[in-house]
Design a protein around this ligand. Structure first.
Ligand code: FES
Ligand code: FES
Length: 132
């Protein structure tokens, strides 16, 4: 039912934890199940230099956040804003259809953290216009 990559990221999640003095912090809840995810970003010169996450949620939420943190590391904010939950799920070789909603949490948490960073620094990203 779950791909090897999903099982790997679930049993050995990357970048779990918190960042003190993070430049952006985002917390989102999944309305479908009540699971919660918090994402911490360190951003330097418009580039993601560090990322950590904490999830109170299911295995698919943990696996997708873990994969998402690896995918955004070293990317620019603009590149990261293009990240979709589908791309994260594909990088994990897929999720069962009933678990696709779990991957939305990772995408939303990353966006929420960047939104927080933008607010704090008076920056404007068009890709976040419909996010709040
Ligand atoms: Fe998240 Fe069941 S609601 S694991
Ligand atoms: Fe809630 Fe997966 S069941 S995020």
């Amino acid at each position: 039912m779950y791909s090897e990559k999903v099982m790997d990221h679930f049993t050995n999640p990357r970048n779990v934890g918190e960042i003190e003095n993070a430049d952006g912090v985002g917390q989102v809840g999944n309305p479908k199940c009540g699971d919660i995810m918090k994402m911490y970003l360190k951003i330097d010169n418009d580039m993601i230099t560090d990322v950590k996450f904490k999830t109170f949620g299911c295995g698919s939420a943990i696996a997708t956040s873990s994969m998402a943190t690896e995918m955004i590391q070293g990317k620019t904010v603009k590149e990261v804003l293009q990240l979709t939950n589908k791309a994260v799920a594909e990088a994990l070789d897929g999720l069962p259809p009933v678990k696709m909603h779990c991957s939305v949490l990772a995408e939303q948490a990353v966006k929420a953290a960047i939104y927080d960073y933008a607010q704090k620094n008076n920056l404007h990203y068009e890709d976040l216009d419909d996010f709040n």
